[in-house]
Design a protein around this ligand. Structure first.
Ligand SMILES: [Zn+2]
Length: 439
């Protein structure tokens, strides 16, 4: 049920839809592309954060902390995904506090402002940074993943204030970089000591409450053969003949497909909200010369796993041993597995659906006319750090993810408005509100 004060906020949002769109367009204009192999303009990151800092100041935020993370100095427990070699300079993290006027519960609103690279520019039919609007959709890189979510959460706070209401609990806004690469922006904020009673991340969930994400690990298998002249007949390997490492690597790749197939139905890989585990080859390197039998192949892979998984390393080791056991050469020359240290993986995370923040968000969705449903991510979000490192019950809740990471990424304006309302209701009900004495 929506009370009179809440209705006032929702009415303001309806009457001011253009402001939400304008803010999203302003955020999109900063080209905050996650650094990968191509150079990026770090000034865009700095300007984005200066812009957000101004907004937070106007909203009454205090103690606005703008800082850079030093990856090498981060604490790196197992499952934290820390990559100490990553350069996070000139990609500021911003954390601001809006002090509550009472003793209400505190809340973190977290959003990443980095966006993935554009891909092939010729596949875009809209300017990726202009926020063009066609048929109720706003287009651009980051519209749904996730500057739309950042615009919705900032505007939700603004409309609550404009309705003459003050929140009783502290609100912490965290605007972070590098989620698309390492998730170390949010980890750095967690390690700086920022915490709250719950957190909302408006990552795209198609207007459902996201309570579970899979964990992620990468690794490399090196398969050895034995070199020889590719145009000469070869005796059996036991007689000293050459062995083709590409052919042997195929066994390993087939083994990965078999493992994925087995996990699809294995009872301990079934989770109500996220898909079962998988392992897929993503990069392959091998061979040296077109008339030489290749002696070495490296296969990089990506592996995702459900919450509750205890020991992914031994599962992968067993699969690889089974592949090797079925091949006379590999039995004598087993492939080498490099999984990095446990700090290189990102553990999965989930929160109980009975957590009050989950229930409040579900109720808020229902109150704005959207069927209240839970969802899980096949991939993961910064919620892993808020949940696993800081032990904060954290949900994801945002617009549709369908066009994320692709050309012509968009957000539906209708969803953007509904999201702003849902977040506003969730904030008010979590934190508690009172009428501004002055207003
Ligand atoms: Zn995202």
């Amino acid at each position: 049920m929506i009370d009179a004060r809440e209705q006032q906020v929702l009415d303001l949002i309806d009457a001011s839809q253009q402001e939400i769109i304008d803010l999203l367009r302003a955020l999109l204009a900063f080209k905050t592309i996650t650094p990968s192999t191509a150079p990026v303009d770090h000034d865009e990151f700095i300007r984005h954060q200066a812009f957000v800092q101004q907004i937070l100041s106007k909203l009454g935020f205090q103690e606005i902390d703008v800082f850079e993370a030093d990856a090498a100095a981060l604490d790196a427990p197992p499952g934290s995904g820390v990559d100490k070699s990553r350069d996070l300079r000139r990609m500021p993290i911003l954390v601001g506090r809006l002090p509550g006027v009472g003793s209400g519960r505190s809340l973190i609103l977290n959003g990443h402002y980095d966006v993935v690279p554009l891909g092939l520019l010729e596949t875009w039919t809209h300017d990726p940074f202009a926020g063009e609007i066609v048929d109720g959709k706003i287009y651009g890189r980051g519209t749904n993943d996730m500057k739309g979510g950042i615009a919705a959460m900032l505007k939700a706070l603004e409309f609550i204030g404009r309705a003459g209401l003050r929140l009783e609990g502290d609100i912490l806004a965290q605007i972070v970089p590098d989620e698309e690469a390492t998730c170390m922006g949010t980890l750095a904020a967690c390690q700086r000591g920022y915490s709250a009673d719950a957190a909302i991340i408006p990552e795209p969930t198609n207007m459902r409450v996201g309570t579970a994400v899979r964990g992620s690990m990468g690794g490399r298998v090196t398969v050895y053969g034995r070199a020889g002249h590719a145009e000469q007949p070869q005796p059996h390997f036991s007689q000293g003949g050459a062995v083709n490492a590409i052919s042997k690597a195929m066994r390993v790749i087939e083994g990965m497909a078999e493992a994925t197939e087995q996990w699809r139905t294995q009872p301990d890989k079934q989770h109500p909200l996220v898909p079962p585990d998988h392992i897929v080859p993503t990069v392959i390197r091998g061979g040296e010369w077109s008339v030489t039998i290749p002696e070495k192949v490296e296969i990089e892979f990506d592996c995702m796993f459900v919450p509750g998984t205890r020991d992914k390393r031994s599962e992968i080791e067993e699969k690889l041993a089974a592949v090797a056991a079925n091949d006379p050469w590999l039995r004598e020359n087993p492939p080498e597995l490099d999984l990095g240290g446990p700090e290189a993986w990102l553990y999965p995370a989930e929160v109980d659906e009975e957590e009050p923040i989950v229930q409040i968000a579900l109720q808020a969705l229902g109150d704005v006319g959207i069927p209240p449903e839970l969802m899980g991510f096949g991939s993961l979000t910064d919620c892993v750090h808020l949940i696993n490192y800081s032990r904060i019950p954290t949900i994801n809740l945002g617009v549709d993810i369908e066009s994320a990471h692709s050309a012509d990424e968009f957000a539906s304006i209708e969803q953007l408005i509904a999201l702003t309302k849902t977040i506003a209701l969730s904030i008010m009900r979590w934190s508690g509100v009172r009428a501004n004495a002055a207003g």
